[in-house]
Design a protein around this ligand. Structure first.
Ligand SMILES: [Zn+2]
Length: 313
């Protein structure tokens, strides 16, 4: 049999298998995941702002399969996405999904939490995640309802972690350990990374952006201060919160580092020169505009946040 005929035969068999499974469970179609390293799967979120069209599916989310159990990393931007992600895990393995790890509070990363809780997972996040979610849950549901529509957002029950990571914690999936690290305030005040020791894959959450302009919802000074320690992570590849599903480490950190340094320098100069906030928001960081998608959506907001933070240093 030729290679192409063999492939066609194999594909036919797999489609039949997948079809039988879907019919059996009556579940949603599995979300698409790529295996970026052995046992490490990542779904590529749209590089876009949440909308009804993309269903809030804008973040990279992933799962890691160990000998005993599975850990899901972020749950997606809707209940529907969470269900489709769970279906994708089930298409790969029957092992229990013991953990759902939240990298931080933003809706595109946590709106599917309830799906994994119902499936028996323990949700784990940064020590400051419970307070952040309690403070923002109502606002997140309102703002996402405006952007994505009621059908996608009304079913969401913002679900906090069951356990938190004060500093660092290792979880064992059976012959495979994940190091969870809680960072100081950077993208948010509750950023958590996940490092798969076996394949040296770093799930950075939104501590690393590629293609998608970095978004500051924590502290630009804090973020810049974390970069040396983040760079020192002994990873071979990173899964950024937004952008490609996998990129070489630590090279992947360079564009974001450049953006944050440029923005901070521009804002500090504006403050020193007496340029008002309204003007600085339009000018700071502009030399980076061609390098990033969604620059117009977030740069002025980042500059405003940086100005407020750096004004009194
Ligand atoms: Zn985020």
């Amino acid at each position: 049999m030729s290679v192409s005929r063999l492939l066609i035969a194999l594909c036919g068999l797999l489609a039949c298998f997948a079809g039988a499974r879907a019919a059996e469970s009556q579940g949603p179609d599995p979300l698409a995941f790529s295996e970026v390293a052995p046992g490490v799967y990542v779904h590529h979120g749209h590089v876009a702002v949440q909308s009804a069209d993309n269903g809030g599916d804008i973040a990279n989310i992933g799962f890691v399969v160990g000998a005993d159990a599975v850990a899901m990393i972020d749950s997606g931007g809707s209940v529907a996405e969470g269900k489709a992600a769970l279906a994708a895990i089930r298409a790969v393995t029957d092992k229990p999904v013991r953990w759902l790890i939240d990298t931080h509070m933003h809706p595109d990363h946590i709106f599917g939490n309830q799906v994994f809780k119902a499936a028996g997972a323990t949700i784990i996040g940064h020590r400051r995640l419970p307070a952040a979610l309690a403070a923002r849950a109502k606002f997140y549901k309102q703002s996402m309802r405006d952007q994505m529509g009621a059908a996608l957002v009304d079913p969401v029950v913002v679900t906090p972690p069951d356990e938190t990571v004060p500093d660092e914690r290792v979880i064992d999936l059976g012959d495979r350990k994940l190091t969870l690290k809680a960072w100081g305030t950077a993208h948010t005040d509750n950023d958590l990374t996940v490092f798969d020791q076996k394949t040296k894959t770093l799930f950075a959450g939104d501590l690393v952006f590629l293609d998608h302009i970095p978004v500051i919802d924590g502290s630009i000074k804090g973020w810049l201060a974390q970069l040396p320690a983040l760079t020192a992570t002994p990873a071979e590849r990173v899964v950024p919160g937004h952008g490609p599903v996998s990129a070489p480490w630590p090279q992947a950190l360079a564009p974001e580092s450049e953006y944050l340094k440029t923005l901070a320098a521009d804002v500090r100069k504006a403050i020193a020169d007496g340029v008002p906030l309204s003007e600085a928001a339009q000018t700071a960081g502009q030399s980076e505009s061609a390098k990033w998608k969604l620059f117009g959506d977030y740069n002025a907001r980042n500059a405003t946040a940086a100005y407020a933070e750096l004004e009194w240093e």
